[in-house]
Structures are given as structure tokens and as C-alpha cells.
Write a protein that binds this ligand. Sequence first.
Ligand code: NAP
Ligand code: G3H
Length: 464
Amino acid sequence: MKHTVEENVRDVYSVTGEARLGNISLMSKEDVDRAIDQASDVQKNWKEIDLHTRARILHQWADNLVDKQLIIADMISHEVGKGMSSAKKEVLRTADLIRYTAEEGLRSHGDLMRGDSFKGGPSSKLAMVEQEPLGVVLAISPFNYPVNLAASKIAPALITGNAVVFKPASQGSLSGKLMIEALNDTDLPEGTVQLITGKGSEIGDFLVTHPKINMVTFTGSTQTGQAISQQTKMVPVVLELGGKDPALVLKDADLDLAVKQIVSGAFSYSGQRCTAIKRVLVQDEVAEELVQKLKEAINNLSVGDYQQESDISPLINTRAADYVEELIDEALQKGAHAVTGNKREANVIHPTLLDQVNEDMRVAWEEPFGPVLPVIRVQNEEEMVKLANLSEYGLQASIFTKDTQKAIKLGSQLEVGSVQLNAKTERGPDHFPFIGAKSSGLGSQGIRRSIESMTRDKLFVLNL
Ligand code: NAP
Ligand code: G3H
């Protein structure tokens, strides 16, 4: 990120560094402390506000986002280098998510349990189980969906009566700020949501260990997520982290369908999605044909500028582009074959297909978060499952085959949160549970799951 720092303010530039978009405060620990204190105070009243009113406020927020979609999408587009059409989709998807969250929250009715439904239990006891808010939820979001992945934490926290301390990614903060302005332009009591800006590496530890933070919900890299989980004490933590999603292509697959899905899954937003397809495991019998078809499809991707809606555009920063280049170079040195791509212009990495990748290469295991797709040829399904599961990650996997029973059998052996049959890996729709296994996460998101994660049971036992 190109930036200039003056005292405690940092200018934020577009992803290409060409335009100054605005600035953010580099908040001090004292500022953060004040913000958390205020959220904690305000939450005591917020949780008493009736559910219907809280839902109405969320609907107001969604309406404001739709009204301001062009302004917000324009900021997303420049700040994180996304085409305007994807940026608009992100805003509208977020409005839908908020509305669904409001409705789902309205339908949270708790539970009623009879004592005598337990063998020998007393018929005189009746338990009313209610869901209480946790208090102050700390929401930390990544750069790649600066609005959607923030609102997916903030909306369920609010509908359940929590206050929110929201820390967006530094490159993404201006989009986050616009989204919060749309929220503050509702009947939400002042201070219920606190926006924290500044460098995660400087204020992150202070935030996640603050005694008035009652829950942490984080989306970002595995490295940061693991550091957070090692520091928090006695507060629930939900983590959505990195991935190395494999596409398993069986010899009976519809190859044209597989190619269409794999290319879209691997290269949309230049591969900067946790759910991007990040490796292909293909059976030898169809490997050559698949690689040729992938090459043809990848060569049809447009490369250039997000403002022209190019399929492939500059990565978020130079460090990210350097890392992708390093992975490609290492694989080539160790004998991989660059079928297409392997070219860099500034921070644009041309979409790269690597064939003959093997287990000794870093690109077989590491998450590039950029437009490079390694192909690993395998002899049989057992080898496919073994290689898929050897990864430290376990977000999603795709299986391409015409044999649904076989797909279910294989899918049940994969150590991942979700398995997609004959389609690319992806998170939505946003009410589906979204789970990372192994180093890909902890806990589950998705509207209903997020609501549940932000409450605790409170039991009233009626002794009749
Ligand atoms: P990141 O570098 O881990 O940053 C994520 C957030 O954490 C940012 O807000 C960052 O702030 C903050 N942060 C940094 N250091 C921190 C610390 N010590 N304590 C607390 N917060 C800290 O990730 P990213 O580069 O933005 O996003 C890319 C990664 O996220 C990829 O690995 C991708 O797979 C993953 N991701 C996962 C999902 C999922 O749902 N599974 C979704 C999207 C992305 P600063 O920006 O100020 O550093
Ligand atoms: O980057 C991670 C996001 O959770 C991916 O969401 O599959 O809708 O692009 P998506």
C-alpha cells in the first residue's frame, strides 16, 4: 500500500498508487481503550432495546447501502482493486445479508425443556433457555471483501444485542468507513459500533487482549488468526482463515464443465479469495486434455486494469505480487512446466498455469493469494484424497465427476469444511454455514451460525 504518514493520520491510495482516496487515523492505544469503554457502556442499553427495533435498524442500514451503492462500490473498486461490477455486487450482497440477518434474528425464540423428558427427571422442573448477547464483539476483517466480510460480523452481533468494535484492514478502511457511515445514518444509538483504524501489527494485540472484549470474530490470514488464538483468554473466538482448496478432477468428469468452473474459481479477483481453487488434482488418464483445455480458457482471460473490468488486475500490493512470483520461480526451478502465463508487469501477475507440479514444490502447499494454478497429476482416487488431506488447510474442495455416489464417498474422506460437487469452491449464499477445518479456521460462520456464536445460553429453571 502506498501511503504517507503525517502525525497520526495516514493517507490511503488506490491499489495502483495513482490516486489519493482519503485518510485514516492511526489510533493510539488510548483511543482504542476509550472506544471499547464506550461500546461496553452503550451495550448495556442496546441489549434492552426490543428485537423488532434492532431488526428495523438493520433494515435501515441495508436501505442506506443500496442508496449509496455507487459511492461505496467506487471506493471498494479503487481501494482494493476490484472491477466496479464486482464491487457493486459486494454492496448489494451485503444489503441482502443484513436483511436476512435481521429476519433470522427475529426468529430466535430460545428453547423450553421439560425436566421429565430426562429419565427419572422431575416433572416439576421446566427450563426456559434464552440467548443472551456476549457484550462487546471485536470484528476484524481482511482487505478482499472490505464491506461484505465486515457486515457479516457486525449485523449478527447487533441483532443479538451486542456492541461492536470494528477493525477493518488498513487497505479497506475507507470502504469500511463508508459502510459504517451508512449504519450511523440509522436510528442506531451512538457509540454502539466503534470504528478502529490503524495498523493491525501495532494495535492488534491490544485489541484482542482487551478485558472488555467479550468475543473475537476474525477473517484473515492463518498467520494472524493463529497469533490471535494464542493470545485471547476465556473469550470465544471465531476464525475464518486461509485455504488451499483443491479441485479433484476424476477421469469420468465433464471436462468442459470442470474447466469453466476451475478457471472462474481460481482466477476471479485475480485469485485473491480464500475460497479460490488453489490446486488441481487430476487423474492421469484425462490430465493432458484437461491441461490443454485449461490453457485455452486461461488465455481468454483479459489482463490489465480493474477499471476496465479486466479479469486479472494488479494484486493488492507489491509484497503480494513478489510472493506469487517467488512461488512460481521456485516451482519452475524444481521442474514444473509453465503452460501459460509466468509474466509480470508491475503488480499484475499474468494468469499462470503450472503443470507437472509435485510435492517438493512450495506452490503445491502454500496459499499464493494470486493468479497461479498448479496442476498435480495423480494415478488414482486414493492418491487424490491423500494429497488433498496432506495440506495444512481445510477450507473447501471441489469434486468433478459424473458419479454422484463416488463424489459423496470421496467428499466424506476430505478434511475440509465444505465439498462442492461439479462446481467451483465458494462461500455463498451467505446463509450457508461456512467452516474452515484445520488451519483454515475455528468455528462456523454463515448467518444462523454467526448469530449463535455471538450469544450464550441463559437458563431460567421454573420449579413448579
Ligand atoms: P491479514 O493480513 O491477516 O489481515 C487481516 C486483518 O487482521 C486486517 O484487518 C489486519 O489489519 C488485521 N491484523 C493484522 N495483524 C493483526 C494482529 N496482530 N492482531 C489483530 N489483527 C491484526 O489478512 P489479509 O491479507 O487482509 O487477507 C488475506 C488472507 O485472509 C488470506 O490468507 C485469505 O485466505 C484470508 N481470508 C480468509 C477468509 C475466510 O473466510 N476463510 C476470507 C477472506 C480472506 P491491517 O490491515 O492493519 O494489517
Ligand atoms: O476470501 C474469502 C471469502 O470468504 C470468499 O468469498 O467465495 O464469496 O468469493 P467468496
